[in-house]
Ligand binder design. Sequence first.
Ligand code: NAP
Length: 482
Amino acid sequence: MNIDSIFQAAQTAFLDYKNLSGKEKGHFLDTLAEILESNRESIVPLAVRESNLPEGRINGELGRTTGQIRLFANLVKEGSWVEATIDPALPDRSPLPRADIRRFLTPLGPVVVFGASNFPLAFSTAGGDTISALAAGCPVIYKAHPAHPETSRKVAECIHQALAATNLPTGLFTHVEGGIAEGQALVQHALAKAVAFTGSHAGGMALFKLANQREEPIPVYAEMGSVNPIFCFPNKLAKEIESLAKVFVGSLTLGVGQFCTNPGLIFVPASQAKTFETHLIEELKGIPAAPMLHPGIAKSFHDSIQNLETRGELRWIKVAAPKHLLNGSAALAEIQVSDWLKDNQFQQEVFGSFALMVVYQEMEDLSEVARQLQGQLTITVWAEADELEAQVPLLNLLEEKCGRLLFKGAPTGVEVGNAMQHGGPFPATTAPNSTSVGANAIKRFTRPIAFQDMPQDLLPNALKDGNPLGIWRTVNGRITME
Ligand code: NAP
């Protein structure tokens, strides 16, 4: 693999691709979605075999993958996402005339994407990061995840078919296999303009540091994990204790707990703790151990549990099944809030079906928890309406600590839509002002540029007088289609 020639090809492709119309980019993405669908029968068995995830889940994940490709196709075809903003010249303004200034979002250039192990399709080769970068106008150099190499190669083939079918250069997507050294070399290449990553805290931080040590530092959009706390308020829990226990255990054990939105912390009032525990035990009974994504993830799950088992502050409600090369099982421990507050170790993610039930005495405890809580992808509050009204200052604090605040249901299950925010303050991510899911993910791979007094003919269509693309723009501070 010659990294320099990969980037040179990507850069050459970029200089044309960035000027392609939204319709043409959208056509390429729609073509890719069709090709992936038509290869469903060969992709699904590969992903099932390599990830140990059930066929139903992988089938659903392929649908989610093509669904998000079509979301971006529609977004770029419609075109308003570029945030075109025009302040026309005011030659007669006093004391000084105003120049004609027009601003929009332009793609960054070649970007490096690291695939995730826990979504072999939706967060991997043709997953959200790759597609949002291509939609923005950026070529992708993709570092395949070694946990699902054949799936990754097959999907990469589909991307190349789609490029060929729409007469686009192969340099727009390159599939790179290798280990840490290869991944780091990609991040260090001078032509790389951004990095997207989903995985461990250690991996994300290593890449973040590397990107910042470059002569030209570049943004790293690393999604590194979260414990997704759930706060149960007393009246709500008393009223719906059985159904909430069911919802919690369902979310905790979904996909053997291998989701970044898996709930690893649940705060329960002391008055309800015993009854809630009884319901949790009942719910957990029917859930068997199951294979995890790969032996490395199973080992890291069992090692983390073993480590926690040495902690005297914990009382185990459900111990994990004995250490296994591949299988993981649910585990649950109780801790008092006063102990939890003393050590940030209890905020660390255990990737798999493990949660700490933190027992609190009074609402004031939760304010202290909120102050100490590290950044999260999600926080969930289960409360009655009057309980929420009485706790506005607490909610105000919790907003500061997460990317998505839920008041119903469980955090697992991330809708791919226009309003979704999947990100959050550090250490959940390295870029709290961005999302890796949903339409706004495209903005990570752009930068604003303003053109001052540029001749009309040279302006991008999105910024020309007469609005030839018919998109929503802000002209003189007013949102308009004119
Ligand atoms: P990972 O170890 O972080 O690896 C993810 C990708 O990053 C792989 O391609 C890996 O390359 C690369 N990488 C890791 N460290 C690197 C470094 N220092 N320099 C350059 N590249 C590096 O994640 P994983 O294999 O998917 O799972 C391991 C752990 O990550 C899990 O146990 C879990 O804690 C966490 N995880 C979190 C999420 C989430 O959604 N937040 C998702 C999946 C996993 P190589 O594999 O080639 O080394």
